[in-house]
Design a protein around this ligand. Structure first.
Ligand SMILES: Nc1ccn([C@@H]2O[C@H](COP(=O)(O)OP(=O)(O)OP(=O)(O)O)[C@@H](O)[C@H]2O)c(=O)n1
Length: 365
C-alpha cells in the first residue's frame, strides 16, 4: 500500500506563468514519499546528488522535497535530507529567490510562504534565506535573472546584493566548474540585456573573479547592439568582448571552455577592432576575407559582419559586396591555363585583389 504523497509545481514554471511568460519546463516537488515509492510507480531516478526522478510518461522532473546543509567547499559539499517528513515549506526555504520559491498544488492554489508574489509585483529579486550563500552559482543566477527580467523593471534587493558580495569575497566562486559558469553565461547571452548580467557581477565584485581577462566597459552603442532581438548568443558574446585584447580573450576562452562557435566569432571580431586603425588596401582586405573564411563559410561570415557593422556603425552591404566580389572569381580559368599549386594560389589572389580594388574605390577607405 503506497502512502499518500503530494505533488506541487515549483520554481520557474510558477514564476513565469505569474509573469505571463511562456512556460517551457515543469519542475515538480513531491512531499511525503520515499525514492522506493516513486520507483515502484515507474519513476526513474536521474539525480546522483539529489533524489530527482523522471515521470514515466511526461519525463518531467520530480524531486523529493529536501533540506540541504552545506558541509565542505564547492558544489558537492552538501548534506541532503530527503526523508518523507520534509515539508513543502522546508523545501521552498532552501531555494534561491522568493520569486522561485512559490509552489502550486494540483488544484491551482499557490503556496507562497516567502512572499514571492509580492516580490513579483514589486519587481524585486530577493533571496529567500541565509542559505542563499551556500551556493555560489546563485550569484550568476541572480545576475542572469536581472538581465532576463530587466525589461519588466526588476531590481535586486539591497540585502541580496550584500549577500552576493559576501559570496564573492569568500573565495567560493573558484569552486564553480567551467561548465556551470558557461551554462549561466550562455543563458544570459540569450537575453536582450546581457550587459546587465556583467554590470550586476561587477557590482558584487564577482566579474573580476569569474572573468578576470574580460575588459568590461559599457557604452550606449554596445547596450543598443546587445538589445537587438534577432541576434544570436554568439553575436552578443562577440559584442561583449569587443574591448578585451585578443591575447586575453584567447586565454579566457580556453579557461571557460567556450564552444568554438562563440570563440571564433568573438576572436574574429576583436581582431578586426584591434587592427581597425591600420588603413586597409585591397591586399589587406583580400587577406582578411580569406582569413575569416568568407567564401567557404558564408553563414558565419554574415554573423561576423552583422556584429562588425553594429560595432563600427558601418553599412553591412559594404562587407557583403566585398565578399560577393571575390566569390565571383573561381579557379577554373586558371587551371585551364595550366596553373596549379602555389602559382594557382598567387594568380587567384591577384585576381581577387584587382577585383577588390574596383569595388573598394567607392566604398570603404
Ligand atoms: N542554484 C539553484 C538552482 C535552482 N534553484 C531552485 O530550483 C528551481 C529550478 O531551477 P532551474 O530549472 O535551474 O531554473 P528556473 O528557475 O526554472 O529558471 P529557468 O527559466 O532559467 O529554467 C529554481 O526556480 C529555484 O527554486 C535554486 O534555488 N538554486
Amino acid at each position: 500500500m503506497i502512502a499518500k504523497y503530494q505533488v506541487y509545481l515549483v520554481g520557474g514554471a510558477v514564476r513565469d506563468a505569474l509573469l505571463a511568460l511562456p512556460v517551457i519546463d515543469h519542475d515538480w516537488v513531491v512531499t511525503g514519499a520515499t525514492p522506493e515509492q516513486l520507483e515502484q510507480q515507474g519513476y526513474q531516478q536521474v539525480g546522483k546528488q539529489f533524489p530527482v526522478f523522471l515521470h514515466p510518461k511526461s519525463k518531467e522532473e520530480y524531486a523529493l522535497a529536501r533540506k540541504e546543509k552545506k558541509q565542505g567547499q564547492g558544489y558537492t559539499g552538501f548534506i541532503c535530507d530527503f526523508s518523507p517528513d520534509i515539508s513543502l515549506e522546508e523545501d521552498l526555504e532552501r531555494r534561491d529567490l522568493t520569486i522561485n520559491a512559490i509552489a502550486q498544488d494540483k488544484d491551482g492554489a499557490l503556496i507562497d510562504p516567502f512572499h514571492g508574489q509580492q516580490d513579483l509585483r514589486d519587481r524585486v529579486l530577493r533571496h529567500v534565506s541565509d542559505a542563499f550563500i551556500e551556493d555560489p552559482l546563485r550569484i550568476l543566477r541572480v545576475a542572469r535573472f536581472a538581465a532576463r527580467f530587466h525589461h519588466f523593471g526588476f531590481t535586486i534587493a539591497p540585502e541580496t546584493i550584500r549577500l552576493m558580495q559576501t559570496i564573492s569575497t569568500s573565495g567560493e566562486l573558484s569552486s564553480l566548474s567551467a561548465e556551470r559558469v558557461w551554462k549561466e553565461l550562455e543563458k544570459a547571452l540569450n537575453t536582450q540585456h546581457a550587459n546587465i548580467f556583467c554590470s550586476v557581477l561587477k557590482e558584487v565584485n564577482a566579474l573580476d573573479k569569474l572573468f578576470p581577462e574580460l575588459v568590461w566597459e559599457e557604452d550606449l552603442n554596445l547596450i543598443e547592439s546587445l538589445s537587438q532581438k534577432n541576434i544570436t548568443p554568439a553575436q552578443r558574446w562577440a559584442m561583449l568582448c569587443k574591448n578585451t585584447p585578443l591575447a586575453q580573450l584567447t586565454r579566457l576562452h580556453e579557461r571557460i571552455r567556450c564552444p568554438n562557435q562563440f570563440k571564433i566569432l568573438a576572436e574574429q571580431t576583436r581582431s578586426f577592432i584591434e587592427n581597425q586603425h591600420i588603413p586597409m588596401d585591397s591586399i589587406a582586405w583580400e587577406s582578411w576575407l580569406v582569413c575569416v573564411n568568407a567564401i567557404k563559410k558564408p553563414q558565419p561570415y554574415v554573423l561576423l559582419i552583422e556584429v562588425l557593422s553594429h560595432l563600427t556603425n558601418s553599412d553591412i552591404h559594404d562587407w557583403q559586396s566585398l565578399r560577393n566580389t571575390i566569390a565571383t572569381i573561381n579557379a577554373a580559368p586558371f587551371i585551364k591555363q595550366g596553373l596549379s599549386g602555389a602559382e594557382l594560389g598567387q594568380a587567384l589572389k591577384k585576381a581577387r585583389t584587382e577585383a577588390l580594388d574596383k569595388t573598394l574605390s567607392p566604398l570603404i577607405n
